[in-house]
Design a protein around this ligand. Structure first.
Ligand code: NAD
Length: 434
């Protein structure tokens, strides 16, 4: 099949590459000229495990192309995916400017039947709005609009796309349904379902899934905070809870709050949608409030240890990305913490395996960056762990403690064993494990 993917970011590039991997011809479109040039030069501009291999194979096979010219891509394709940003607007609702702008452009370009597929996360009713824009200029027989939300996780995006737990397709058109079924069949050969539903339900499914996951995180963060007060260990509680099949083991890890480009904006946007329908989604309001507070928990611990005086203290930071295996720092809790530490007069030395370039672009020389994880420990008063990259899990503690001024670790991701830390005589403060 011939496919255009409009928007070549985390979702668009993975989507385009994975569709090419199953033999389709794919043209990815982006307005960012520099990005397109890098892609054309064979460079993958994001860090996503496994993506480069597929990207190389499919560009070499001539199945994956890049352009800034929307018309060229649309003319060559039957299916047009929109993988465009839907950032939060000033009032918290999803900003649909990019989607509507491209829909407007498409209405001027399309000359034969196309399936327009919305892969971006968009509020309920967006497929109808896109349809209305196209309908103004085009014959109804020339297009269908489908909602096909994406559930991939950054860090395992390729795996998630190639073997999705489920595919959700919202459409009221039998013709579009057949096209989408054919396109996705190679991805669900193990029997995972393709759920067909109406457009509004598909749009809602994505928000419901992300908001539920964010709720689980905020819930566990509150359990962890309470564990600290009552003298319980959240690790034990988590395992005791998670082995209940009604609950499940995943997504029960407390930490320093959720971040990334999805959960914060999607929870906010769903709450906003509820408001628009005169419904107060009380749980979501709390989820957001708890998350904002949780981003301050590690700083509170650091401040308490140094008796509110961080002036002249050097804090080594391991991990900047909002989670491991990505270079994405959008809404990363680490940045909130670093801001507060700098404001209190501390010096911050930071290391992240993939995300330092993006952080450097924001902080410049206000933060010192290390080439290797141990570099930042030299003469630091303590270490603060903000992202649980695998390489931080079993470090050379002897080497670490020779470099650090004192054996003090603040761990926002519960990476180390409490017993080991105690044995080594470390002042070790983690989340929900007093
Ligand atoms: P992104 O910011 O990484 O990428 C968006 C791309 O669109 C950018 O390269 C940008 O230059 C391009 N773009 C903007 N306007 C354009 C235009 N008019 N024409 C062509 N290209 C244009 O965003 P993302 O993380 O890939 O997210 C895209 C959507 O998918 C969002 O709605 C997001 O909520 C959703 N989503 C994201 C994830 C994730 O993990 N990142 C997962 C599921 C769903």
């Amino acid at each position: 099949m011939n496919i255009a993917v409009v928007g070549t970011g985390y979702v668009g590039l993975v989507t385009g590459t994975c569709f090419a991997e199953t033999g389709n011809n794919v043209i990815c479109v982006d307005i960012d000229q520099k990005k397109v040039e890098r892609l054309r030069g064979g460079e993958v501009p994001i860090f996503e495990p496994g993506l480069e291999l597929l990207f190389d194979r499919n560009t070499k096979e001539g199945r994956l192309h890049f352009t800034t010219n929307l018309k060229e891509a649309v003319d060559a394709s039957q299916i047009i995916f929109l993988a465009l940003p839907t950032p939060p607007g000033a009032d918290g609702s999803a900003d649909l400017r990019f989607i509507m702008g491209v829909a407007e452009d498409l209405s001027k370009i399309i000359t034969d039947y196309k399936v327009i597929v919305d892969k971006s996360t968009v509020p309920v009713g967006t497929a109808e709005k896109v349809y209305a824009i196209l309908d103004k200029k085009l014959d109804k027989r020339l297009f269908d609009v489908v909602s096909n939300p994406e559930f991939l996780r950054e860090g395992v995006a390729v795996e998630d796309f190639l073997k999705p737990d489920r595919v959700v397709i919202g459409t009221s058109s039998e013709k579009a349904k057949k096209v989408m079924q054919k396109l996705y069949e190679p991805f669900v050969r193990q029997g995972n379902p393709i759920y067909f539903m109406d457009e509004r339900s598909a749009e809602m499914t994505k928000y419901a899934a992300n908001s539920y996951l964010a709720t689980r995180i905020s819930f566990m963060n509150e359990i962890a905070n309470l564990c600290e007060k009552v003298g319980a260990n959240v690790d034990s509680v988590r395992m005791g809870m998670g082995s209940d099949s009604r609950i499940g083991k995943r997504f029960l890890f407390p930490g320093i709050g959720y971040g990334g480009s999805c959960f914060p904006k999607d929870v906010q946007a769903l709450a906003k949608t509820a408001n628009e329908y005169q419904y107060e989604f009380k749980i979501l309001e709390s989820v957001m409030e708890v998350n904002d507070l949780q981003k301050t928990v590690l700083t509170q611990k650091i401040k308490a240890f140094y008796k509110n005086d961080l002036a002249g203290k050097t804090i080594a930071v391991w991990g900047l990305a909002f989670k491991p295996n990505t270079d994405d720092i959008r809404e990363a809790p680490a940045l909130v913490i670093i801001d507060e530490l700098l404001e209190m007069g501390a010096k911050v030395k930071a290391f992240d395996p993939e995300a330092m370039g993006h952080v450097k672009a924001i902080y410049g020389d206000r933060v010192v960056f290390g080439k290797k994880m141990y570099d930042v420990l030299e003469d630091a008063d303590c270490l603060a762990i903000m992202t649980e990259w695998s390489e931080f899990r079993t470090p050379d503690f002897e080497k670490m403690f020779k470099m650090l001024k004192s054996k003090v670790i603040f761990d926002g991701r519960n990476v180390y064993d409490l017993g080991n830390m105690a044995e080594m005589g470390v002042h070790y403060d983690s989340i929900g494990r007093p």
